[in-house]
Design a protein around this ligand. Structure first.
Ligand code: SAM
Length: 411
């Protein structure tokens, strides 16, 4: 086993040769080349980078082994040692993530949820312009590009570099019809402006986490793998799950687990987390939660707590609020379509309230005799009731069970 010590002091085990990081120590600093392409300074080096990097390069896994060591609070002293069995050739060249997976027998799949319904709702047409604000593994994007052939275009945004790399390969066949942008969809309007991709015919948001992220052994989204408590979709994000569980006060943790996880045992779990500090890995946290949450349900007792942490780490509700306004600003008027697939009641509430608000001609409080807000409706809801996956889809893809889709049209 290879031992990785975190800059913030947490230990975790990972399989031998997990990293493709190229590191060298120069003038007391470390350069970490992640995904064979990004050079980062020592202050942002994390052993999750090593583990995450392995995800995109299983081929390198066979050739290199690395250890990551750093003292608590002393990221500058971080050293990454590599034990090459063969040269650094693979560390310089970024191989195709998909090809690497194929070579190692690994496959990543993410069944796009409500795919047919989303295409219908977007009313995809040849020559149309579409934004996928949650590109993921490009399942929806691929279908949109196919349905908008021969000349429809798509701008895909994702904050996760691993997802973007896979999406780029999957969409390569569409050539210049696709643009993939790194970024947070809370900046959707700014990203569209940057690529001069405005007055679009449709915006799709398929919220939440992808199978790639859940299945990634080193990113801490799931307790199925023992991994550092990270959970960042954007590896450059400032907040990690480790920070929340180890540094936030008990009251704030309880509120988070209650509000974002809808977990009835939130107070007990928060108290147990604080008692068990420091917590370093997903399995440690899952065990602490399991001891304090009520078991016996259909899901693992730690599921809701993990969901709450992930939503908080990535500020998913805050990003959604901003993304909706960005989408509204970019939709062609009239007729552009907004399609949002959510998996959490808090997300659906935000979408529903947004469509209601932007579908109203007046936002004055009830009882005001004359309208003073001068608000005018910019959207028309096309879904009186949320659209949910058919029983067949739910049976085939259990992840789809909690999906809710809402659709609105720009006036
Ligand atoms: C459920 S997956 C999308 C799956 C995709 N529709 C497909 O068919 O493969 C959600 C994706 O959105 C990304 N994501 C979530 N929130 C985001 C945000 N605020 N900004 C940018 N990307 C985000 C995640 O990194 C993830 O890759």
């Amino acid at each position: 086993m290879l031992r990785c010590a975190y800059p913030d002091g947490f230990d975790t085990d990972s399989r031998p040769g997990t990293a493709i990081i190229v590191a060298h120590v120069a003038s007391g600093s470390v350069c970490c080349r992640r995904d064979h392409s990004t050079t980062r300074d020592a202050s942002s080096v994390h052993s999750s980078d090593a583990i995450g990097a392995a995800l995109v390069c299983p081929r390198a896994r066979r050739r290199h082994s690395f250890s990551v060591r750093a003292a608590r609070g002393d990221a500058e002293a971080c050293t990454l040692k590599s034990r090459h069995r063969s040269g650094a050739r693979h560390a310089r060249r970024r191989p195709s993530p998909e090809r690497s997976r194929a070579e190692s027998g690994e496959t990543v799949t993410h069944a796009p949820v409500l795919l047919g319904e989303a295409l219908d709702a977007l009313s995809v047409q040849p020559g149309g312009r579409y934004v996928d604000g949650t590109l993921g593994l490009a399942g929806h994007a691929q279908a949109i590009l196919t349905a908008s052939s021969p000349d429809g275009t798509l701008l895909g945004i994702d904050q996760d570099p691993d997802a973007r790399a896979i999406a780029a390969e999957r969409l390569a066949e569409f050539g210049g019809r696709v643009t993939i942008a790194a970024g947070n969809n809370r900046d959707l309007a700014a990203v569209c402006e940057r690529y001069r991709f405005t007055a679009v015919d449709g915006v799709l948001l398929d919220l939440g986490v992808s199978s790639l992220q859940l299945g990634a052994a080193g990113r801490g989204f799931s307790f199925q793998h023992d991994a550092p408590l990270d959970m960042r979709m954007d590896p450059a994000g400032a907040l990690t799950a480790a920070t929340i569980v180890n540094e936030w006060d008990e009251e704030a943790i309880a509120r988070l687990i209650w509000e974002l996880g809808e977990e009835r045992a939130s107070r007990r779990i928060a108290a147990a987390i604080v008692r068990a500090r420091p917590l370093g890995t997903t399995r440690e946290l899952a065990a602490v939660v399991a001891r304090s949450a009520r078991g016996g349900g259909k899901i693992h007792p730690a599921t809701r707590t993990f969901q709450a942490l992930r939503i908080a780490v990535n500020d998913e509700l805050g990003a959604l609020r901003e993304a909706l306004y960005g989408a509204l600003a970019m939709l062609r008027s009239p007729g552009g379509r907004l399609v949002v697939i959510s998996f959490h009641s808090g997300e659906d509430r935000i979408v529903k309230e947004f469509i209601r608000r932007e579908g109203s001609d007046c936002l004055c409080p009830p009882g005001v005799p004359e309208c003073r807000c001068a608000h005018t409706a910019r959207l028309r809801s096309l879904t009186r009731r949320v659209i949910t996956p058919s029983p067949v889809e739910q049976a085939a893809n259990p992840r789809s069970r909690s999906a809710k889709m809402r659709v609105a049209e720009r006036l």
